[in-house]
Design a protein. Structure first.
Length: 267
């Protein structure tokens, strides 16, 4: 696999093209984003099993998302029966689930390695926070380990960013897929920085609009309720933008030829 070197402006183009894909079939992609949002809500309500399970399912969700985007790009209407087809190819579900387990395990081990040395400081921060009735001591104690974990997570995420598609669509071995995904992300670090900054600004803008509604007199609960569909729609555009990020880095012909091989290879 040969990953292209793209200019920094490609990060914005991925967002723009994701929005274009979303507009083609907004109901299908909005529903998919809502399903993922409900999965995240389940994860937050059932720690620690829920978060680990959702992380383990990420490669499967990624392939299903990009396969749907490919159909949308080709002007095929996404029907409910089409969503699970990418996982019916021999061995694909097993490989993706094993990849997800590895992803979750790496995140968990990295977290343990980073946070364990700071356990005493965090416990002391919790004690002070309970006495002072303030979250500032514990936030201060967790600032450094959280920053270190964020840096390590970026590296892990780069290894797994393109890996699910490379395994499912190009039949690469797991180690090969992780290697090529990491190289692709490193070569295009500037576009990914722009891409990440764009999405941070999008969600901050949605939060700002909700804050303005509160400022003009709307209750925080109502403003939060009104914000939910906009967050889900933005999430739908975000998931759609994964597809142009893949096709521009590895070449749209690769994706097209694989899918057009009988329409079932990854549909």
């Amino acid at each position: 696999m040969q990953a292209a070197f793209l200019p920094a402006t490609s990060g914005w183009l991925w967002v723009r093209d994701g929005f274009r894909l979303f507009r083609k079939q907004p109901l299908a992609m909005f529903t998919w984003a809502m399903a993922i949002s409900l999965l995240v809500v389940f994860a937050t309500a059932t720690p620690p099993v829920g978060p680990m399970l959702v992380v383990a399912l990420m490669p499967i969700i990624t392939v299903m998302t990009l396969s749907a985007c490919k159909h949308v790009e080709a002007d095929r209407v996404m029907l409910p029966s089409m969503w699970g087809k990418p996982l019916k190819q021999p061995g694909v579900f097993r490989k993706l689930f094993l990849m997800g387990v590895l992803y979750a395990a790496l995140c968990m081990v990295t977290g343990l390695i980073i946070f364990l040395p700071f356990t005493d400081a965090m416990m002391e921060g919790m004690r002070i926070a309970s006495v002072e009735k303030s979250m500032e001591p514990i936030l201060s104690a967790m600032a450094l380990p959280l920053a270190l974990f964020a840096i390590c997570y970026v590296v892990i995420a780069a290894l797994f960013w393109h890996a699910p598609v490379l395994v499912a669509w190009h039949s690469l071995r797991l180690t090969q897929a992780l290697f090529f995904s990491g190289i692709a992300c490193w070569r295009n670090k500037l576009p990914f920085l722009v891409y990440g900054a764009c999405w941070i600004l999008v969600f901050l803008f949605i939060d700002l609009c909700a804050g303005l509604l509160v400022a003009i007199g709307l209750s925080p609960q109502m403003a939060g309720t009104l914000q939910i569909p906009f967050n889900i729609a933005a999430g739908g555009v975000l998931y759609c933008s994964f597809y142009p990020a893949y096709t521009s880095v590895f070449g749209i012909n690769n994706a097209s030829s694989h899918l057009d091989n009988g329409n079932g290879a990854q549909a």
